[in-house]
Write a protein that binds this ligand. Structure first.
Ligand SMILES: [Zn+2]
Length: 148
């Protein structure tokens, strides 16, 4: 019985993960110029974590997360952590509470925020009309991280 419940749970997570966040498309509608960036976030969000450890071509370490976590937080061959700090400073003028919230969140969670995959607490942290600008900045940042 417990195993069945567990299976159902992981099955649901799998389905849930493949759902595209409506937030991304709402932003694309409000800011049509952001469509390609939002498509980029959507593709990133729909990627599954690797089932086998993936190999980083820069540091040759293996990692199991969605691809953006490794270059952002782990890879010793990037300056992404510095760039992330710089990026987070651009969040502060939009919303100091969101800036603080992001600074205090776990790396994997932080990435989900930057990908527009978590939006349920955003409205508590920033004026919602600023959210499109935030997410567009995030998409630009993540693109530059993956291109580096
Ligand atoms: Zn690496």
């Amino acid at each position: 019985m417990r195993l069945e419940q567990h299976k159902d749970c992981s099955h649901f997570k799998e389905i849930h993960k493949s759902l595209e966040p409506a937030t991304i498309w709402r932003v694309a509608k409000i800011r049509p110029d952001s469509l390609s960036l939002m498509k980029f976030l959507s593709r990133l969000g729909c990627k599954k974590p690797p089932e086998q450890p993936a190999l980083c071509s820069k540091c040759t370490h293996q990692y199991m997360h969605i691809e953006v976590v490794h270059p952002l937080f782990e890879c010793p061959f990037t300056d992404s952590l510095t760039r992330l700090q710089t990026f987070l400073e651009t969040v502060r003028p939009l919303s100091a509470p969101l800036h603080e919230h992001l600074n205090n969140s776990e790396p994997a969670t932080r990435v989900l925020y930057l990908m527009g995959m978590i939006d349920d607490v955003i409205s508590d942290l920033m004026p919602i009309e600023l959210y499109p600008e935030f997410l567009i900045n995030c998409a630009n940042f993540l693109q530059s991280v993956l291109a580096a």
